[in-house]
Design a protein around this ligand. Structure first.
Ligand SMILES: C[S@@+](CC[C@H](N)C(=O)[O-])C[C@H]1O[C@@H](n2cnc3c(N)ncnc32)[C@H](O)[C@@H]1O
Length: 456
């Protein structure tokens, strides 16, 4: 059966209504839902043959005002799953409901010990790839799946066969990870639009952007991003670059940059640290910024234009796959970005790769002291707000070591805490010191320093 999916999607299983997607409820299907679900599937031109065979708890639906608006199911065949019937009524497309249901089903399948989930699709391979499915060959699918009606009869030979493997690339943590990149990009695109509006406005109305930190905790934003730069430094960059700053430290000040060096800023945002680096390395040096968000790159390039500097280049790319060759730079800096990545190992391996032998890493980031509870880890707002994705300090060190770095130092610069009762209404407060009894976990802004050995 072919999968037809909405154009846009996101979220984890939840009652809707918090992010503008309208109020809807997700629940397992009951036998009496069979007709309405079959009609919905057929209505969006998907095959509904055989849907009754495993109809029931293998399927979920989303309901709004008593009307079924979306559904998805995973049939089980031995230890394998078959995702099918991912359908959303046309008027509710673009609200991320389809993806929510797919994630819900994958988590359900995982909880039942399913090893891998297969699907067939003619039009939506990219969509499913973004969710962690990989293309595979028909002949590589297990016989139990090949025997299903969908594989053997309903789908054309040209349909893509895809698989989601649990325990490998696609475990449930990574289902969540799939959301992260998109959510992070959306959040910072939105932040960039706000910044552009601000910086385009009259000077008297300009306020510093606030973004790192959760919107449920305005105090945290302020605590994390405010007062990071010395006013004397800020004289060296356009005021709008400072307004666009969303970091949690001042890595450039600590990186001991020298004239003539080349620097790369991972997740350069509005460009403040790239411009400050450019100033420090001077016209014989070079400062690169890499960022995945187009809107942020626009803000950064506009700030470069205002600064009138030429030894700067902003590159579009992901920090998990840095668009520079091996051994390209003397120093890698980053300011409150590595915590946002769902694959920090890869980021640090990439940082190592692009450094010259003897090169330095100088990063400001949020780091956790203690185990981050799952409730925080899974909170997307806290993740995009630079909290939930924080590495624990020993983990940071060991990932750096694994990547090949030496001389690792991690120095706290500010402390925060997430109070108990998190995360439905997480309160994030600046802690005056170490964690107290009532505190689940302590977070800190930290400066992390390491270097690449001169010889490998
Ligand atoms: C918290 S802001 C920090 C921006 C900047 N470093 C600063 O101090 O103002 C995070 C930035 O990192 C970018 N970013 C987050 N994850 C990224 C990734 N995986 N690859 C590339 N850029 C990323 C976002 O687009 C955003 O511009």
């Amino acid at each position: 059966m072919l999968q037809r999916v909405p154009k846009r999607y996101h979220g984890t299983p939840h009652r809707g209504g918090t992010r503008g997607e309208g109020d809807y409820l997700i629940r397992p299907c009951r036998r009496e839902d069979l007709k309405v679900v079959s009609d919905l599937v057929a209505g969006v031109e998907l095959c509904s043959d055989g849907i009754e065979d495993q109809f029931g708890e293998a399927y979920v639906l989303a309901e709004a005002s008593g009307k079924v608006i979306a559904c998805a199911g995973i049939e089980t065949h031995g230890s394998h799953g078959l995702l099918r019937s991912v359908a959303v009524v046309p008027e509710k497309r673009g609200l991320k409901i389809g993806k929510t249901l797919v994630v819900n089903r994958l988590e359900w399948a995982k909880s039942r010990g399913i090893g891998a989930v297969y699907l067939l699709t003619v039009t939506a391979a990219d969509y499913f790839e973004a969710l962690g499915f990989e293309r595979t060959g028909r002949s590589d699918t297990p016989p139990e799946i090949q025997k299903t009606h969908e594989f053997s009869e309903a789908c054309p030979e040209t349909a893509d066969v895809m698989v989601f493997r649990f325990g490998g690339r696609g475990n449930s943590r990574e289902v969540h990870a799939m959301d992260i990149k998109k959510e992070v990009r959306d959040k910072y695109a939105d932040a960039a639009r706000k910044i552009s509006k601000q910086t385009g406005g009259p000077a008297g109305e300009k306020k510093k952007a606030s973004c790192c930190g959760s919107e449920r905790s305005a105090g945290a934003q302020e605590a994390i991003t405010s007062g990071l730069y010395d006013p004397s430094e800020l004289k060296n960059v356009p005021a709008d670059a400072a307004l666009a700053s969303l970091g949690c430290g001042n890595p450039t000040a600590l990186a001991e940059l020298k004239p003539g060096e080349s620097v790369l800023d991972l997740g350069s945002g509005g460009g403040i640290d790239v411009l400050l680096s450019a100033k420090r390395v001077g016209p014989t040096g070079m400062a690169y910024g890499v960022d995945m968000t187009d809107e942020m790159l626009e803000v950064a390039r506009e700030n470069q234009r205002k600064a009138g500097v030429e030894n700067v280049e902003f590159l579009k790319g992901e920090i998990e796959k840095i668009p520079l060759p091996d051994g390209a730079v003397d120093v890698v800096i980053s300011n409150c970005v590595i915590n946002l990545s769902p694959d920090k190992r890869r980021v640090l391996r990439e940082a190592f790769r692009v450094l010259k032998p003897g090169g330095r890493l100088a990063v400001s980031d949020i780091v956790a002291r203690g185990q981050i509870p799952d409730a925080i880890r899974r909170d997307m707002e806290l993740w995009t707000g630079c909290i939930a994705g924080a590495l624990e300090e020993n983990e940071y060190r060991s990932i750096l070591e694994e990547a090949g770095f030496q001389g690792i130092e991690l120095q706290p610069t500010r402390l925060f805490r997430v109070e108990k009762g998190c995360c439905g209404d997480a309160q994030i407060e600046v802690s005056p010191g170490a964690a107290g009894d009532e505190i689940d976990v302590t977070f800190m802004s930290a400066f992390i320093r390491a270097s690449k050995p001169t010889q490998s």
